[in-house]
Design a protein around this ligand. Structure first.
Ligand code: CMC
Length: 467
């Protein structure tokens, strides 16, 4: 196996024999689901052929490949597929990382309720937990902090790369391309089935993302870059790289530092959401982790996903005043005004437990910095939406992004930087899910089927002038 720093091509992945990282408990995905107990099956009668099939049910799911056995007598029939645009009801993996009960508003990382983690844990403790399945012991934690702290610097050429962007570049575009660019700095990261390589790549991504994010911020502001300060904690160091000017020793506002730590914890994982599915999907081609994670950053940029926190504040600014809220809600309901950003969720159909914590956190922040000028508009939007049949009948409740923007703004982060903060928080989740996917014996290159709706075969007749 090539050493770190070598640019040798990746060794062919040894399927099924990759070892889990040290301390990694046996994963639920390490062995395929047990055969369904007798009687635990779905009986399907195909009215096209009058044949009956028994499809085993395990863990509340049937295997879609079982449907392939259901065929007509047509020799061209390759078997029945399930059609599920946007994966509304398709499990793409078995995962032991995050549990969500959307009807009850429950979110747990490795079994621990999000409320308890937000209250008591550090972000890096949660990062360790997500990857390894258990909370770190003191020696494990100390070693982890040491490794993260001593990988926060980026290559000077990465700094130059960031300087090449225009003054008005969106920081998510900068983050996305820089994370992808790290693959060029660490070619041996392509050895994804080498445990040592995987580990150092994970450390690098956790350690360097705040540095890249802060450099993007300083670049857009036209401020000199602040290099990492290894005496500071993860969050304090990030705030130092963002805000430090000429102070000889930077001291972060402790309320801001803790608030940011909590927000990072709340964002750390959310099972098979759009960006995580992007990371898993791209990673399933066995590309290096920097390329796979940059796919997650790209997906997060979108306004229906992590980009919603930015859009909430833009929406509130456009509304302008509390008196305009009822009219705005009407435009949302009629479809003219777009969506009520920060509302609704694919999975949560009662409330988003993260939103509850964020709202409480906002109150604590506003006690320190004063109430945000737009809080009244946000509260009025929430009040009307929660009592309006359009929203209640569709089970649309405030999601995590509804109040985070107001908190970030009160900390003086620019609006287009909000999603970058989400990305820093989500990094441990993407990495844990990426590694779980790689070590899952059942996973293969991600490749959905399609229902072809195009034309049948036809002869080629060029429409160009005769050559
Ligand atoms: N405002 C108004 N109507 C909405 C909204 C909304 N925010 N969200 C969903 N609807 C309506 C939608 O028009 C549809 O109505 P109808 O049945 O009459 O056609 C119905 O509710 C179901 O919507 P959907 O698009 O099928 O729901 P989905 O599960 O595919 O979408 C969502 C989930 C989060 C993309 C969507 O609720 C949305 O666009 N919300 C606003 C953007 C947002 O806040 N995103 C952040 C999500 S939380 C952070 C994260 O994890 O990314």
């Amino acid at each position: 196996m090539p050493k770190t720093g070598s640019s040798a091509p990746p060794a062919p992945p040894k399927k099924n024999n990759a070892k889990p990282a040290p301390g990694t408990p046996a994963r639920a995905s390490a062995k395929p689901p047990a055969a369904a107990p007798s009687g635990s099956a779905l009986e399907i009668k195909d009215t096209r052929t009058s044949k009956t099939y028994n499809v085993p049910v395990a863990d509340g799911a049937i295997r879609a490949t079982e449907l392939k056995k259901i065929r007509t007598n047509d020799p061209d029939d390759t078997g029945l597929m399930s059609y599920d645009p946007a994966f509304l009801n398709t499990a793409s993996c078995r995962s032991a990382i995050t549990f969500i009960d959307g009807d009850k508003g429950i979110l747990r990382y490795r079994g621990y309720p999000i409320e308890q983690l937000a209250e008591n844990a550090t972000f890096l403790e949660v990062a360790w937990l997500l990857r390894h399945g258990e909370l770190p012991t003191q020696p494990e934690y100390d070693q982890f902090i040491h490794e993260i702290t001593f990988h926060t610097y980026v290559h000077e050429n990465m700094r130059k790369f960031l300087e090449g962007f225009r003054y008005d570049a969106h920081p998510m575009a900068m983050l996305n391309s820089s994370v992808a660019g790290l693959a060029a700095f660490y070619p041996s990261a392509r050895n994804i089935f080498d445990e040592t390589e995987r580990n150092i790549s994970i450390i690098r991504l956790l350690a360097k993302t705040p540095t890249i994010a802060a450099f993007s911020y300083r670049h857009v502001k036209g401020l000199p870059f602040v290099y990492p300060d290894n005496r500071l904690s993860y969050v304090e160091n990030f705030l130092s790289m963002i805000a430090r000017m000429s102070e000889s020793k930077y001291e972060a506002n402790p309320v801001f530092a803790r608030a940011l730590e909590i927000l990072f914890i709340l964002h750390a994982d959310h099972e098979q959401n759009c960006s995580t599915s992007a990371v898993r999907g791209v990673g399933s081609s066995h590309v290096d982790p920097f390329s796979a994670i940059s796919a997650g950053v790209a997906a997060l940029f979108g306004p229906l996903h992590g980009g919603a926190n930015e859009q909430v504040l833009r929406m509130i600014s456009e509304i302008g005043s509390v008196k305009n809220v009822p009219k705005f809600i009407e435009t949302v309901k009629s479809g003219e005004g777009g969506r009520l950003m920060g509302f609704g969720h694919r999975v949560y159909k009662s409330y988003d437990p993260r939103a509850k914590i964020v709202k409480k956190l906002a109150d604590e922040i506003f006690k320190v910095v004063g109430v945000d000028k737009d809080l009244e508009i946000a509260l009025e939007l929430e009040r009307i939406a929660l009592s309006d049949d359009y929203f209640t009948s569709r089970k649309l409740y405030p999601n995590v992004d509804f109040y985070t923007g107001l908190i970030y703004r009160s900390m003086a982060f620019p609006t287009d930087f909000f999603t970058v903060l989400f990305a820093i928080g989500r990094m441990p989740g993407w990495l844990a899910q990426w590694e779980e996917m790689l070590l899952d014996k059942e996973q293969k290159i991600s490749r959905p089927r399609q229902v072809y709706t195009g034309l049948p075969e036809r002869p080629f007749r060029s429409k160009l002038k005769a050559k």
